[in-house]
Design a protein around this ligand. Structure first.
Ligand code: SAM
Length: 233
């Protein structure tokens, strides 16, 4: 009788990991879909717009990360070189630190004041993220983060991120834009930082002053606001 051993494969199955963080930082229009669905769609468009075939081998710094991209990358087994997530939310960052063991991932809590997300936070400096050891990234990204920052905080964030990416590295961020606004305006005066509208020309100038040349502005879609693709000057 032939033995099945001659046909038994030694090929190991792909590593399986699943995380289910108990947080949702997305708006109702986004979170009505499973996070991995919107996460992979948005990450694929980020790759295309940055001129990358995929995230394979790339070092990506996600500022204001929440939990969506971490769960997308882990649960879908997507390839990536290094993913660093930074957020003011101590619970989300603590959870990710405790549940994602993959050495390609790292998470840092940043205690920066934000009226909506971290009203008791403090001041940060241009080199604060570098002091976390966050350097030499191919690109940084921010989804729905500048949407909640006033111009002073936007400047500081752009300055911090510039210190973390390689020479000629890239930056991808989304923002609410409104040509009728003179520079910057809060949509809801009574709920500070809930919806920060920028004049697009003003935001492009502000980015340039912080060392980022905006190369393309993509219109918004159902899943995210207009997106700015920049290169480090
Ligand atoms: C609308 S959520 C988007 C989360 C994630 N980027 C996504 O697209 O799923 C905004 C996130 O930015 C974080 N955030 C806001 N201001 C921040 C700041 N100054 N520094 C770090 N994180 C910040 C919030 O805690 C929150 O997780």
């Amino acid at each position: 009788m032939a033995s099945y051993r001659s046909i038994l494969s030694t090929d190991a199955p792909p590593a399986f990991a699943f995380i289910d963080p108990p947080f949702d930082f997305n708006s109702a229009t986004v979170s009505k879909f499973p996070p991995e669905v919107t996460g992979s769609l948005v990450l694929r468009s980020l790759c295309r717009r940055l001129g990358w075939e995929s995230l394979s081998g790339k070092r990506l710094l996600d500022f204001g990360c929440g939990v969506r991209f971490a769960r997308t990358l882990v649960n879908l087994g997507m390839e990536i070189g290094t993913y660093a997530g930074v957020d003011v939310n101590a619970d989300a960052i603590g959870w990710l630190q405790a549940h994602v063991a993959d050495p390609r991932f790292r998470f840092h809590r940043l205690d920066m004041k934000n009226h909506l997300f971290n009203p008791d936070g403090g001041m940060v400096q241009a080199d604060t993220l570098r002091h976390f050891g966050l350097t030499e990234f191919d690109a940084a990204c921010m989804f729905s983060v500048i949407t909640h920052q006033d111009p002073d905080d936007t400047r500081m964030i752009l300055r911090m991120l510039r210190a973390c990416v390689v020479t000629h590295g890239q930056l991808y961020f989304t923002a609410f834009i409104d040509e009728s606004v003179d520079q910057y305006a809060e949509k809801y005066i009574e709920k500070r930082s809930a919806w920060c509208n920028y004049n697009p020309d003003y935001l492009v100038d502000l980015a340039r002053e912080e060392g980022w040349a905006v190369q393309t502005l993509y219109p918004g879609s159902e899943l995210h606001q207009p997106a700015f693709v920049c290169r480090r000057m």
